[in-house]
Design a protein around this ligand. Structure first.
Ligand code: NAD
Length: 497
């Protein structure tokens, strides 16, 4: 497949009130293909005036949209699902072009995004409240769910499509109007998705797209008419958005960074464990918030797993994600490649041995790409700084522990709690792990425990700030306000008693 640019205009537009508009930005961020360094587009770093225009459009659209019956609102999502299915390969290709993951990974991302549309089409059922008659004779009490108003989502670079769809479908199906701020590093996929959204005939202003970086984020946090923010990105920015939005009384769900552990017990099916952990650690070049970053081996699992994972990792084919047979693409930027390389060096300095070393990789024909090959750091001391640092690259550290309790202690000390996994054939070990592991998403013989769209995407500790998570029932609660009504209609009935 060719990597020619499919964009007609190098400078991107915002989508506000149903139309494509030039931003008032004076600064721009380059969007480059991570595999080739080819310049794909320029993202305008929009201003607070652009945010204000989008919020006004969304606020104006809200009264009519909230009165649109839920069954009618979801018809637009059915249409969008069909359009995304019809354009799945084109969208997946855009993901690969701007993010670098392989075409197969991009297609899988699209599937997980579409799954959220399918679930949100059930809003007429999921948004229902409940009622109890005769809480006192002749008096009925009910809880109803109403939309909030204008809501916004701010998304990271690693899933250009899927993460926007963790929020957009539920938000609008619940009757809210919506603003998306995609990552300035990968704006092309959602631009195409918004062209498809236009084709659904959705009333203008219901969904809006503002391109940009920090200034847009801060303007959304501060805007008094934005009622809620969904954020996904690194922990420092998640904390920033959480605290800044709190100052203007918003509700927030802020998903942060991660350092995910897997424990491998000696009774595990080693072949299965190796294949699954290898996919988790090196898939999407380790740039998944659920990527396994540390494998803790117990007892004799140490030697067997070390040898098998090194073998599996060394056979992964690295290259341009649009080329057939490629299993791992580049990391997002030159800075990211340098950062990952320096963290590998830090691990070696702290006492680990690089039994597979991905630094200084050059892929023939793609010398300008941001490539690393899979790295395995054996014997990383559990007390090292790297053991608690998010790498976000294709690096797996191996730590050894004498018992599952010692391994669990290591997990408890971790600042993050996005995911923890166990590989075993023992039911009681699995139950103990499920019960005690201090993380929001748990995998038993699973490497990427990504919840299906009908379950919330959990996350604990520094990996999540808020109460209600994205997806599933949490999404419906997050995007609605609960109202309690106590009602009396009959004087007679009250007198009878
Ligand atoms: P990032 O925090 O750099 O950027 C995320 C968003 O915040 C972007 O839209 C960006 O424009 C904005 N932003 C960046 N710096 C900002 C600042 N100083 N002030 C205000 N806004 C700012 O994250 P990223 O590099 O795009 O994505 C990778 C990170 O996201 C990793 O840490 C990864 O673990 C995390 N992530 C978490 C989850 C999860 O579910 N917990 C999912 C995906 C990614």
């Amino acid at each position: 497949m060719s990597s020619a640019v499919t964009t007609q205009r190098p400078e991107l537009l915002n989508h506000v009130n149903g139309a494509w508009r030039r931003s008032s930005a004076t600064e721009f961020a380059d969007v480059s293909n991570p595999a080739t360094a080819e310049l794909l587009a320029r993202t305008p770093l929009s201003t607070s005036a652009d945010v204000d225009a989008a919020v006004q459009a969304a606020a104006d659209a809200f009264p009519a949209w909230r009165r649109t019956p839920p069954g009618e609102r979801v018809q637009y999502l059915f249409k969008l699902k069909n359009l995304l299915e019809e354009n799945l390969d084109e969208l997946s290709r855009l993901i690969t072009l701007e993010n670098g993951k392989t075409f197969a990974e991009a297609r899988a991302e699209m599937r997980r995004g579409i799954e959220n549309l399918e679930v949100a089409c059930g809003i007429p059922m999921m948004m229902q409240g409940h009622i109890l008659e005769d809480v006192t004779p002749g008096v009925d009490e009910m809880q109803i769910r109403q939309p909030l108003g204008v809501v916004a989502a701010i998304t990271p670079f690693n899933f250009p499509a899927m993460i926007a769809f963790w929020f957009l479908p539920y938000a609008i199906a619940c009757g809210n109007t919506f603003i998306l701020k995609p990552s300035e590093r990968v704006p092309l996929t959602m631009r195409r998705a918004f062209e498809l959204l236009e084709k659904t005939g959705l009333p203008k202003g219901v969904v809006n797209l503002v391109n940009g970086g920090r200034a847009v984020v801060d303007a959304l946090c501060d805007h008094p008419q934005v009622r809620a923010i969904s954020f996904v990105g690194s922990t420092p920015v998640a904390k920033h958005v959480y605290t800044r939005s709190a100052a203007s009384g918003k509700r927030m769900q802020c998903q942060g960074g991660a350092k995910n552990h897997v424990i491998v017990l000696p009774d595990a099916d080693m072949e299965l464990a190796t294949q699954i952990i290898s996919d988790s650690a090196f898939g999407c070049a380790g740039q998944r918030c659920l990527a396994v970053s540390v494998a803790i081996t117990i007892g004799e699992a140490q030697r067997i797993f070390r040898d098998s994972i090194a073998h599996a990792a060394s056979s992964i084919r690295v290259g341009n994600g649009l080329d057939s047979g490629i299993q791992m693409g580049p990391v997002i930027s030159k800075q990211s490649k340098q950062r990952v390389e320096s963290l590998i060096s830090a691990g070696v300095d702290e006492g680990a041995k690089a039994i597979l070393d991905g630094r200084n990789t050059k892929i023939p024909g793609h010398e300008s790409g941001n490539f690393l090959t899979p790295t395995v750091l054996d014997g990383l001391p559990s007390s090292s700084q790297l053991a608690d640092t998010e790498i976000f690259g294709p690096v797996l550290s191996l730590v050894h522990a004498d018992s599952i309790d010692e391994a669990m202690e290591f997990l408890r000390r971790s600042p993050y709690g996005n995911q923890a996994s166990l590989f075993t054939t023992s039911g009681s070990a699995a139950r103990k792990f499920r019960y005690e592991a201090p993380a929001g998403n748990i995998g038993i013989n699973i490497g990427v425990a990504a919840p299906m769209a009908y379950f919330p995407f959990s996350g604990w500790k520094e990996s999540f700030f808020g109460i209600l998570h994205g997806q599933g029932r949490d999404a419906v609660e997050f995007f609605t306000e609960s109202k309690i009504v106590v009602e009396r209609w009959s004087r007679q009935e009250t007198r009878k008693f």
